[in-house]
Design a protein around this ligand. Structure first.
Ligand code: PMP
Length: 448
């Protein structure tokens, strides 16, 4: 078991070492008084050490900070850089397109190529673009409300789909409620949403039976509360139940894209009605997409009452801009290719094995879960089977200790939970380096 006093002392030691090691980052943070929370976006204050590292350069799976330290980057922009930082093909395509205009409000021929490629990978046939996965989800939700005439969207407890109002709902002993910390909710979330536990088909059926759910929006495997994998039959059951109750099924593949070139949808042969995806497809340039089934697109096309051209609530001025689309084409065509995923997955298996070995050697009651190129360690064994249980397995001090310890020795994990992602540029040596440093962190923690 973890000695909490020892953990506290080690965490203090590592935070002090971080402060000593990073004077320029500390200074930049101190000088950022006109930024809300001192950071460009408030979530950048999610750092284990008290202030963030400031980026100097990021190439492939390696990053340097303004104090001149080099890091192996397993965070990869929380998936936005799953293609590796600044991959050459994307860089070239983006530079060329930018030189020729980015935001002309006119389509470029690349978009049709991207639509076809996304169809090959994910199955659904009618694609449209956004700049963030949040917006892809928002717009898909609006369309499905319009098609069904139903008011509610169902989510899994402790899911994350971006800052989508409807999604900030969790289960509790008192029934469904707003997720803790929900900022300025426009209305009581239970008026727009229903919630079920992941891996719980009975709970899902109970909610769908109300007949008011337009769509289930889900990640095929949860990835934002640790990785929670589907139990045998669960995803098939979700599909059956959604069909039975006339509810559309949306797979948000933004993170589960790590499962393969067509995400979990392609990997597991799933048949969603809609797929949403953001982050990685642009290779680092903001880009996202949502794909509709032919049937949904036809339905919507027949509805003359829906304003999809002007101010009807779906769309954004920069969505589908030439720069994002050029970057997305290059990333899909040359970087996150079918072959690239094979190599990324092999590395993730290696990462998983190395991490497990350390955990087993120390007899820790932790688990390691993997989804293709993504690996996560969680402080519970067996691995939690739903979001609520996984949320309970969080241990903030332990997480912070591991994050700072690793950062002080040149390794970055995603700041939220303990996620490591492989890119086409990641190397075996980088993966093995993690196992050594992770082993040392645990060894110090367990030392009598
Ligand atoms: N969907 C999923 C599954 C995500 O993990 C995230 C972000 N972590 C989003 C949507 C939202 O992405 P963005 O913040 O880029 O809009």
């Amino acid at each position: 078991m973890i000695d909490r006093d020892r953990l506290g002392a080690l965490l203090r030691r590592e935070r002090a070492a971080f402060a000593d090691r990073n004077p320029r980052s500390a200074e930049e943070y101190a000088n950022a008084g006109n930024l809300f929370g001192r950071v460009p976006m408030t979530w950048m204050n999610k750092n284990a050490a008290g202030f963030p590292l400031y980026l100097a350069t990021a190439r492939g799976a390696t990053l340097t900070d303004v104090d001149g330290h080099e890091y192996t980057d397993f965070c990869l922009g929380d998936t936005a850089a799953m293609a590796g930082h600044a991959p050459e093909a994307t860089r070239k395509a983006a530079q060329e397109q930018f030189a020729n205009g980015a935001c002309a409000m006119l389509p470029t021929p690349d978009a049709a190529w991207v639509g076809k490629e996304l169809t090959r990978r994910f199955g659904v046939t009618e694609w449209s673009f956004a700049l963030t996965a949040t917006d892809a989800n928002r717009w898909a939700i609006r369309l499905l409300r319009a098609v069904t005439g139903r008011p509610k969207i169902l989510f899994n407890s402790y899911c994350y789909h971006g800052s989508v109002d409807e999604s900030l709902i969790v289960t509790s002993d008192q029934g469904p409620r707003s997720r803790e910390g929900n900022v300025g909710a426009p209305c009581d979330v239970t008026t727009t949403s229903r919630v079920a536990e992941y891996n719980d088909l009975e709970g899902l059926e109970r909610e769908l039976a109300h007949g008011d759910v337009a769509a289930v929006v889900m990640e095929p495997a949860l990835t934002n509360i640790g990785i929670v994998l589907p139990e045998p039959g669960y995803l098939e059951g979700v599909r059956e139940l959604t069909r039975k109750y006339g509810t559309y099924l949306v797979n948000d593949e933004t993170h589960t894209f790590s499962a393969g070139p067509g995400g979990a949808t392609g990997r597991w042969g799933l048949e969603p009605d809609v797929v949403t995806i953001g982050k990685a497809i642009g290779g680092g340039i903001p880009a996202a997409a949502y794909g509709l089934s032919t049937e949904i697109a036809r339905h919507i096309g027949q509805r003359t009452d829906l304003d999809l051209i002007d101010m009807g609530g779906v769309g954004g001025t920069l969505a589908g801009n030439a720069l994002s689309i050029a970057a997305t084409r290059a990333t899909l065509e040359h970087v996150l290719t079918d072959e690239a995923f094979t190599g990324m997955e092999r590395l993730a298996e290696r990462f998983e094995a190395g991490t497990k070995q350390v955990i087993d050697a120390h007899g820790l009651p932790w688990s390691v879960s993997r989804l293709g190129a993504r690996v996560e360690y969680r402080f519970a064994n067996p691995a939690p089977r739903n979001g609520t249980d996984s949320a309970k397995a969080a241990d903030a001090d332990l997480e912070d200790y591991l994050h700072v310890y690793l950062a002080n020795r040149g390794i970055l994990l995603t700041p939220f939970h303990n996620m490591a992602l492989m890119s086409p540029a990641t190397t075996e040596q980088q993966v093995d380096q993690h196992a050594v440093v992770f082993g040392a962190a645990i060894e110090e923690l367990q030392r009598a």
